[in-house]
Ligand binder design. Structure first.
Ligand SMILES: Nc1ncnc2c1ncn2[C@@H]1O[C@H](COP(=O)(O)OP(=O)(O)OP(=O)(O)O)[C@@H](O)[C@H]1O
Ligand SMILES: [Mg+2]
Length: 337
């Protein structure tokens, strides 16, 4: 029987700072609320929380810190109503999660409570970087969105985030299997030492002699579904750079990345931020918001579908799933993968 599950919890990550993760989270929340959905935004950027500022909340009365330090008992008591109808906000706190240093099990309990909040959608705005906390939040969320811009460093960090998330997931899977952990940590080492250079090579080396581990890796990979958004797009070439991430994820990680859409560069976004007024985003039906409305519709559709395996074992072992890069997107000089 198929597992019927609406995707309610979505994480928005991307590795690099300043690429629009918070704007995207806020804009998506607004668009989903326009479609009649109840949305809770959670600022999980625990080093530099600022989603509340974007929402026009200058002095958050309660934050995640109050919950993590057990000053507030229930997560739902942290929800602040916002000026945008249908959107509630849970504010982030400075690096309290890092200071509290929660165990993996504690993080999962927190995430379960987040997912259990009374709303149609819960959107988690992750901060920059690839800390274990962000990777665990991302991996737990059935909805995984990665943001990038056309800049080489943003593409590099987006790929780095996806790779770190996948490796984190695999190392959790094999946390009691020292040999597999060693193999994972050595991946990408010297090919002349016989070390696997990609997930496909890892799978090939496991298939015959370690069928159980092979099946476990296949299962992790099959459910690792990542949606990509390119932000601040100024021309077709910028938009196409999503394909670069698709290509490298396919070649090195055997991951099939889905493109959720792209957001054009829009001066109206900057104006809304500088006025710390989210209503400007809702009122000005600018080009970025129009694109976000399309993305929200796609997310509504995806979230209704049963959550099943996203790739098959055959696809994992077959490199021809995606077409070869066209000249237009084959950016020269990207050698950092
Ligand atoms: N589509 C867009 N059009 C124009 N400007 C944009 C767009 N998206 C983001 N920006 C600009 O980028 C800036 C950074 O956005 P945002 O704060 O959402 O980034 P972030 O990825 O959340 O950063 P951090 O990692 O520091 O939290 C915004 O202040 C805004 O000026
Ligand atoms: Mg942010």
């Amino acid at each position: 029987m198929q597992e019927i599950s609406r995707i309610k919890l979505w994480s928005i990550g991307g590795g690099k700072g300043g690429i629009g993760k918070s704007i995207f989270t806020l804009g998506l929340g607004i668009c989903l609320s326009r479609l009649g959905k109840k949305v809770i935004l959670i600022d999980a950027d625990l080093g530099g929380a600022n989603l509340h500022t974007l929402m026009g909340v200058h002095y958050p009365p309660v934050t995640l810190e109050d919950f993590l330090l057990k000053k507030v008992e229930r997560l739902e008591d942290l929800i602040i109503p916002t000026e945008v109808e249908g959107i509630g906000l849970i504010c982030g706190a400075d690096d309290v999660l890092g200071a509290a240093n929660p165990t993996f099990a504690q993080k999962i309990r927190l995430l379960k409570q987040m997912e259990g909040l009374n709303a149609h959608f819960v959107l988690l705005d992750l901060g920059a970087g690839t800390s274990f906390n962000f990777l665990d939040f991302f991996n737990y969320s059935p909805g995984k969105i990665i943001l990038a811009t056309n800049q080489a460093t943003a593409l590099q960090n987006a790929y780095g985030f996806i790779k770190s998330a996948l490796y984190r997931q695999l190392s959790r899977q094999f946390s009691r299997n020292g040999e597999m952990l060693e193999l994972l940590f050595q991946m990408g080492g010297k090919p002349e030492d016989g070390l696997p250079q990609s997930i496909r090579e890892l799978l090939t080396s496991l298939r015959d002699d370690f069928p159980e581990e092979y099946a476990q890796v296949v299962r992790v990979m099959a459910y690792m579904r990542v949606w990509l958004v390119v932000n601040m797009v100024k021309n077709t070439r910028d938009g196409n750079c999503a394909r670069i991430i698709q290509e490298v994820c396919r070649d090195f990680l055997s991951l099939k990345i889905d493109i959720l859409g792209h957001l054009p560069y829009d001066a109206a976004v900057e104006a809304a931020i500088n006025n710390t007024n989210p209503l400007l985003l809702t009122q000005k039906r600018g080009i970025a918001m129009a694109a976000l409305q399309g993305i929200a519709a796609k997310i509504m559709k995806e979230s209704r579908l049963p959550r099943t395996a996203w790739v098959t074992e055959e696809e994992l072992m077959d490199q021809k799933e995606l077409p070869a890069p066209s000249e237009e997107v084959a950016y020269p000089g990207y050698y950092f993968w």
